[in-house]
Design a protein. Sequence first.
Length: 464
Amino acid sequence: MAPAVPSAMERPHFIGIGGAGMSGIAKILAQRGAEVAGSDAKESATAEALRSLGATVHIGHAASHLAQDASCVVVSSAIRADNPELARAAELNIPVVHRSDALASLMTGLRSIAVAGTHGKTTTTSMLAVALTELGLDPSYAIGGDLEGPGTNARHGTGEIFVAEADESDRSFQKYDPEVAIVLNVELDHHANYASMDEIYESFETFVGKIVPGGTLVVSADQAGAVELASRVRDLSSVKVVTYGESEGADVRVHKVTPRGLTSEVTVLLNGKLLTFTVSVPGRHYAHNAVAALAAGVALGIPAHNLASAIGKYTGVKRRLQLKGEAAGVQVIDSYAHHPTEMTADLEAMRGAAAGSRLLVVFQPHLFSRTQELATEMGQALALADASVVLDIYPAREDPIPGITSELIIDAARRAGADVTAVHDKAAVPDVIAGMAKPGDLVLTMGAGDVTDLGPQILARLTD
């Protein structure tokens, strides 16, 4: 079993402790008994949750927040070099540890599953965490979103399995040594860090090469990038490759996906036998995530029938087609989708769930670099909605790029036949949607930024 706390992590200080990835590691360390401290830009429910575990959380960034006896300073790739706490760490000669190294140290000595791919990681990791917990295996997990059931993104369990979302965006997933690795898809994204698909493939090949000898790669048999990756690593004799999907040659073949409103019934062919189970989120995309989770669990030796039944207990992750509520006969659902493939998958899932009703979308583009490269594809995805509202680009960690605005997406959407309205003032969106929505409509807030805040505001306005 893993040590309670790695020695370098006994008194960690997290810069940006409220972030999805950072907070998960901080929570696990606090649960293992470390003296956790950190800072974040603003107050949040995450900060309060960390404090409830005994962590010290400062709001704002200042050199004085860093204790002189901190054992290390943990950072993510989003932390800028001029951060005052980072500068103070250099003055005090306190080691600086990247988030991925911190997470890797927590997985040492455990049977780990690392879930990678351009999209779908959070859902698949969550499905595994819920299913393994349901089976009494008490796993540890670190996820990029909060589970609807346990309501947290991370947990230190007493079992021997650790499930982790593996982030390819900055190549940090190359730090892990999993027993089982899942690759859901391989697509060009994170344009500030990858210049070409060749660089993406090389990064994923390195990740697959870190699977422990005798371990397993679970990889999609349907998605072109994943198929190409599988062909590139076939000569790794130390790794067993298990494919899943609808393709005829898949090792775990998706035989049928049957929509059931906001759920799906999935039938797979595994080891010559048909197995049917329920996925409590709609759409083919999420059904495939569930099958990937099933294949990974089976690779660890968990009986397929038990695992399939337990996956059915998964009820969703916040921001992954999360129902926010209903008002005036209008359902409001929140989606984290920000890459065109994710957008298309969620919009198609909602089209199926709408059952003849209208689908209205509020989309907030995420990152200038992503918009620069994928504006056309984003616009084409929005054509799947009956009408869309498009906000200004959410910059996150990026500075503006001259000439790159949400108008590029709007123009592409209109060329694809979409009904699109540009709204530059986010505060005006509830009134705009209230003027558009009719009883029976579905409203989908979509994007990785703060568009999620609009769901409750839209519901409140619809109630007026």
